[in-house]
Write a protein that binds this ligand. Structure first.
Ligand code: ADP
Ligand code: ZN
Ligand code: ZN
Length: 722
């Protein structure tokens, strides 16, 4: 009798045992369908055994083996690492690696695009194929035709594809595009770019972590693409992670243009199940040579993985905020290490984690110090008082004049504010009442399109009250500015300008963001107003004036990462201005012009600011100088949360004994109430990662024993903020 140990997508830390029915054969990595109670689930086989602790009469059989290739050993190892590092349920982690199983269309498996022989193949293959008629026929066809496309290969023989892949892996054949000299048909490369991609290429075949630090517009993407082209030409696969799906279409187009004939597979949540499954299969069987994807793509099976790239590595969206709270950049680094391949972390404003790793010599730093376009200069940064602007509907005189000058020259402008809606609050002029969410400790945001008050934390909506609910005064005033209010004001200021707004309210529909970007490119728009969605990865040559509003808000934030994020964001936003021959100007409205974050921005000196932040973190004992895990708990009743966290605190002190881990007392969460739940948290902190990894399993085990049934809790290792 055979027992199969299956990781199921439920928040339980153990796998489940099932019988293996006669006639089925499985091994670790197979995806199987089973029943758990009344539910039907798909899970991943972790092991096959001949004994079980589960009573035989209580054990069920597995129902079927799913029609998907088993997860390879390295992905299984990756899942084990993620489960243990992040203290996450083993089944939830494995579920991240399982592709959509819906009965999709039949799999198409082809070698991507056209394939040709390399000089090495022309020399070595005749001897090798002499006794293998099918391989010899393939070789002769290739030699005679120069190259063969996917259809011709498929028509040759069922094994041609596999043979070709082994030739490609051995450097004897190559996809046709890669056979061309790298970069020949593309825009030039400057010295810094060539040095960087040569360094990455030189690391092929071993684990070398790189920080590619390049100012905005310095041409980091070209470096990724050159390194990718070489890795692919040598028979490898490339994994390229990007922060958000909003950015993938633009990058995807650039990747495809730079690697014609190379099969590129995208993996992100914007794809339907069928497409995701097809792309997953293409990556897993080796047909797709480059996988471009978001966070989740880090788990994709890649038999020939040769290079990992993480673009905008500082971006917060690589960290999953619920369920398995993994950080895709860090998981990617672990994977590159385990597979023995180089990894490139690219950013203009590296996370302090990566910055410290580079400073301490753990990562190799490659620098692109100048904008790639020789005509482009980094923009001039001007700081102007925000006070003046508050009396002028948000846009102060300096920004108004700069936008007007730009428009008069036929150039484009962008106004950035990190607040959607019309105004961030609605206040009574007489008694001071302001509109609060009934379910959160947060103000309601006033919206005009569609009208109403909305909570940006829980989604709660209500109508605007006709009078103050507290004193009856009808004079309710919008306080502060959001994108809608700025848009209205810009239309009043510049009636002839063509203006579009970009925020989560206007871009719900897939593709709408792309459409606006296209119109901006085609110069059908003069002004854009929007949130941080505008900050990243867009390249508008005619955009010269950028206004930044409301940045000061982050300076008051209690979150320890707030200024790091602000600096990255400001540099990204500023980086949109003046990317081609037209010099850019960035107007920042602030009442704290002496704050170091603005000094850094003005001097375009991220390094000095990052070094200073690192010192502050060291003084305060915060990451990345220390390593922390956060326990969060939430419940309807505050007493339940407090009781749970008090018990968790005792358990933490127990588990921390003799480990060097510091345990901090429970405190209310930054947002003490959200969606009707009371929230609190506590922190454990260690000087060394190993101390934390020693303490966490014991603490986690103790937490599971606590009677916290009414409390929803989670451990967050390397939390995004607190
Ligand atoms: P980054 O990602 O570093 O902000 P990009 O890779 O988007 O920068 O490149 C910015 C712009 O510069 C792009 O339009 C790109 O085509 C162009 N570019 C890249 N390398 C060069 C080069 N060597 N010479 C001229 N233009 C370049
Ligand atoms: Zn009132
Ligand atoms: Zn709310």
């Amino acid at each position: 009798m055979t027992i199969v140990r299956v990781a199921l997508p439920v928040a339980v830390d153990q796998p489940f045992d099932y019988w293996l029915p006669a006639g089925l054969a499985v091994h670790a990595g197979h995806v199987v369908r089973v029943r758990l109670g009344a539910r039907r689930l798909a899970g991943v086989v972790l092991a096959v055994d001949d004994r079980s602790d589960v009573a035989a009469e209580r054990m069920r059989s597995i129902d079927a083996v799913a029609d998907v290739d088993p997860l390879p050993d390295d992905v299984l190892a990756l899942c084990r690492f993620v489960a243990s590092y992040y203290q996450a349920a083993i089944g939830l982690v494995h579920a991240l690696a399982v592709p959509p199983l819906a009965r999709g269309p039949a799999r198409e498996r082809t070698v991507a695009g056209a394939v040709g022989l390399t000089p090495a193949g022309c020399t070595a293959l005749p001897a090798l194929v002499a006794r293998a008629p099918a391989a010899r026929a393939l070789f002769e066809r290739l030699r005679d035709a120069g190259e063969l496309d996917a259809g011709a290969i498929a028509a040759l023989s069922p094994h041609a594809r596999r043979t070709l892949r082994s030739w490609i892996a051995a450097g004897q054949a190559t996809t046709a595009s890669a056979a061309r000299p790298v970069g020949a048909a593309q825009a030039g490369r400057n010295d810094a770019q060539r040095v960087a991609s040569a360094a990455i290429d030189g690391a092929r075949g071993g684990y070398v972590p790189f920080l590619l630090q390049g100012v905005t517009g310095s041409g980091k993407t070209e470096v990724y693409l050159d390194a990718a082209a070489r890795a692919i030409a040598a028979g490898g696969q490339v994994l390229m992670l990007v922060p958000e799906i909003g950015l993938t279409p633009a990058l995807e187009a650039r990747v495809r243009a730079a690697l014609p004939g190379v099969r590129v597979a995208t993996l992100h949540s914007g794809l339907g199940d069928g497409a995701r499954r097809r792309n997953f299969d293409a990556a897993a069987c080796g047909d797709a040579r480059l996988v471009l994807g978001t966070r989740l793509a880090v788990f994709t099976p890649l038999p020939d993985l040769a290079l990992v790239v993480v673009d905008e590595e500082h971006d917060g969206s690589f960290k999953q905020q619920d369920g398995v709270r993994y950080h895709a950049r860090d998981v990617a680094v672990w994977r590159a290490h385990a597979r023995g391949v180089p990894i490139v972390l690219g950013s203009a404003t590296p996370s302090l984690e990566t910055f410290a790793n580079a400073r301490d010599g753990r990562y190799r730093r490659l620098v692109l110090a100048h904008r790639a376009d020789p005509r482009a200069r980094l923009p001039t940064i001007v700081l102007v008082p925000d006070r003046d602007a508050r009396f002028a509907d948000g846009i102060g005189p300096a920004l108004r004049d700069a936008l007007a000058r730009g428009l008069a020259r036929g150039e484009q402008g962008l106004v950035f504010i990190n607040r959607r809606g019309f105004a961030p609050s609605l206040k009574c002029a007489s008694c001071g009442w302001d509109a609060q969410c009934v379910r959160c400790s947060a103000r309601l945001v006033l919206h005009r399109h569609p009208p109403g008050l909305a909570c940006h934390h829980c989604g709660h909506r209500e109508r605007v009250p006709p009078a103050c609910p507290s004193c009856g005064n009808v004079d309710l005033l919008p306080q502060g500015f959001g994108t809608q209010r700025l848009e209205r004001h810009l239309r009043a200021l510049f009636p002839a300008a063509r203006i579009a707004r970009i925020d989560r309210d206007t871009t719900r529909a897939i593709g709408s963001f792309d459409a606006v970007r296209q119109r901006m490119h085609d110069r059908e728009l003069d002004l854009l107003v929007g949130t941080q969605m505008l900050a990243k990865g867009h390249d508008f040559p005619r955009l010269t004036t950028v206004g930044v509003l409301g940045a000061d808000n982050a300076l008051y934030s209690a979150d320890f990462r707030a200024t790091e994020r602000l600096c990255a964001l400001l540099m990204q936003v500023a980086g949109r201005a003046g990317r081609a021959e037209h010099p850019g100007e960035v107007i920042v409205q602030t009442d704290f012009p002496d704050h170091p974050v603005y000094a850094a921005l003005r001097a375009h000196d991220y390094d000095a600011f990052a070094a200073r932040l690192l010192e502050e973190r060291a003084a305060a004992g915060l990451p990345p100088v220390t390593h922390v895990a956060l326990l969060t708990g939430e419940a309807h009743d505050r007493l339940d949360v407090e009781r749970f966290l008090d018990a968790a605190h005792d358990a933490a002190r127990q588990a921390a004994q003799d480990t060097g881990v510091t345990v901090y007392p429970p405190v209310p969460a930054l947002m003490a109430r959200r969606a009707g739940l009371e929230r609190a948290q506590m922190l454990v902190q260690a000087a060394r990662r190993a101390e934390l990894s020693q303490m966490l399993p014991a603490w986690h085990a103790a937490l599971r024993q606590l009677r916290g049934r009414k409390v929803r809790w989670a451990i967050d290792v390397d939390p995004a903020g607190f």
